[in-house]
Design a binder for this molecule. Structure first.
Ligand code: ATP
Length: 460
């Protein structure tokens, strides 16, 4: 189990030329896939990275795993700087979308494969049973190589990048000094016994409910069963952190829902830190204790599921979280007396008491007419004869709710209303609608940032 700290993490893909930012062969076309990613993850949290394809979530996960070099910034696991620690020494297990099981091995052998390969460390003791202390020559050699590499990198870099490398170098030099001069507990290494392996496999199989699959080959299993085997393989390693990259993408919708709750239950049982990548906001909302929403390599907001939904910090998050997507209207707002006048593009207006918006940015309530973006979710629209007129274009009856697509005159854009139960409206009917004031969101037209202040204490 471990907490993680990601501080000012950057990832730059430099194509074929291996170059450093600021060095002579740095190409201007190089691509920044992750920009200034900051996150403190507490031990045992279930963190979800969510965002559209290409936003940098897998890259971030792969940097945590040690499968991708970190271009800038520091990554700490359990308080230890690990930028220069290899993937195999990070105590992390990763589960991918493709289960990557060996097809010729049964589930038992797939789960235990890594354990059979791995050697475990056993403390060296002398004939009296006392610990044997020695200089760890292997570690000293590795540290020397790393120091050499970082010294060269520091010489070839400048600015923030140089400062970051020098910080890592200082940690390395301190470690090198310590391990070169201090005898530490010596270890011998041995393979695990068959019994030890069986104990671990059975422990994982019990938790995952796959005892009766242990002697089955992957080709005879469903997608969900294969994914459980892949989870089992990760579990037996006893990692400090589980990284899951779109692990349910290959499953059909029903199985995804089942596996979703199984992974949450697994997290509850293991109480280990989970970091889960998905582009599916429903998966993010139902699984994460906290969610990191990303776009174009930049973190948009990190929050609990309910706070993301209730207090989106910008238009992107508001539109990304929640199904169906939030409606966005180009409007002007103006405070006239005690009323807020909301005027739509076609000139129709709605009037609300200003007191209905206690969190509204005061500078927008100075009497002037200001162009903003109004966001309203479909379920917060209601019918009212005093409301604005829209025309029904499509009606979708979903059973317990009905989705009504409507448009304004001379505007082709569709907006959605989610009405409870059934109704008798038909295509081309003119509907009069209003919005629940406490569920109306306002965004700056240019920056797209919210114009509503977040309450100091929010509901979780
Ligand atoms: P998806 O859900 O599609 O996997 P993602 O959010 O996980 O998307 P990443 O895989 O992290 O996105 O990729 C982020 C950006 O970095 C993308 O624009 C991608 O094309 C680019 N990228 C990823 N890997 C490399 C690479 N090895 N070399 C160059 N560019 C890369």
């Amino acid at each position: 189990m471990a907490g993680l700290s990601l501080r000012h993490i950057y990832k730059e893909y430099v194509g074929k030329t291996k170059s450093k930012k600021g060095s002579a062969n740095h190409r201007s076309g190089d691509f920044l896939a992750v920009k200034d990613f900051n996150l403190e993850i507490e031990d045992g949290e279930f963190i979800v990275f969510v965002g559209p394809s290409g936003c940098g979530k897998s890259t971030t996960l792969r940097m945590i795993a040690g499968l991708e070099e970190i271009t800038g910034g520091e990554l700490y696991i359990d308080g230890k700087l690990v930028n220069d620690v290899s993937a195999k020494d990070r105590d992390i297990a990763m589960v991918f979308q493709s289960y990557a099981l060996y097809p010729h091995l049964n589930a038992y052998d797939n789960i235990s494969f890594g354990l059979k390969m791995r050697k475990i460390a056993v403390e060296k003791k002398d004939e009296n049973g006392n610990p044997v202390l020695e200089i760890d020559k292997k570690r000293v050699k590795e540290l020397k190589a790393k120091v050499k590499e970082l010294t060269k990198d520091a010489q070839n870099s400048e600015g923030d990048e140089k400062a970051s490398i020098e910080q890592r170098l200082a940690v390395m030099l301190k470690d090198l000094d310590y391990y070169s001069s201090t005898p530490v507990q010596a270890y011998t290494y041995r393979h695990m016994t068959k019994e030890e392996i069986a104990e671990k496999v059975n422990w994982a199989a019990d938790i995952l409910g796959i005892q009766d699959l242990l002697y089955t080959k992957p080709s005879e299993m469903s997608g969900g069963q294969r994914q459980r085997i892949a989870l089992g393989r990760a579990m037996v390693r006893g990692p400090k952190v589980f990284l899951l990259d779109e692990p349910l993408s290959n499953l059909d919708a029903k199985l995804r829902t089942t596996m979703r709750s199984e992974i949450v239950k697994l997290h509850n049982k293991l109480k280990t830190t989970f970091i889960y990548v998905t582009h599916d906001q429903i998966e993010a909302m139902t699984m994460g204790t906290r969610i990191v929403v990303m776009k174009d390599g930049v973190v948009q907001q990190t929050d609990t599921p309910t706070d993301l939904f209730d207090y989106p910090e910008n238009k992107f998050v508001a539109g990304f979280i929640g199904t169906p997507q939030m409606n966005f209207f180009d409007v002007t707002v103006a405070k006239v007396g005690d009323e807020l006048v909301v005027k739509f593009a076609d000139g129709q207006t709605l009037y609300y008491p200003v007191s209905a918006f206690p969190r509204f940015e005061e500078s927008y309530l100075d009497g002037a007419e200001r162009a903003v973006v109004l966001g309203v979710r479909g379920e917060n629209v209601y019918f009212d004869e005093g409301g604005i007129a829209v025309t029904l274009t499509v009606k979708e009856v979903l059973g317990n709710t009905t989705q009504l697509f409507v448009k304004f005159e001379n505007d082709e854009k569709d907006y959605i209303i989610c009405a409870a139960g059934r109704n008798t409206y038909e295509q081309n009917d003119v509907l009069k609608i209003k919005f629940e004031a406490e569920k109306m969101y306002f965004f700056d037209k240019e920056t797209e940032k919210t114009l509503l202040k977040k309450p100091t204490r929010s509901s979780k």
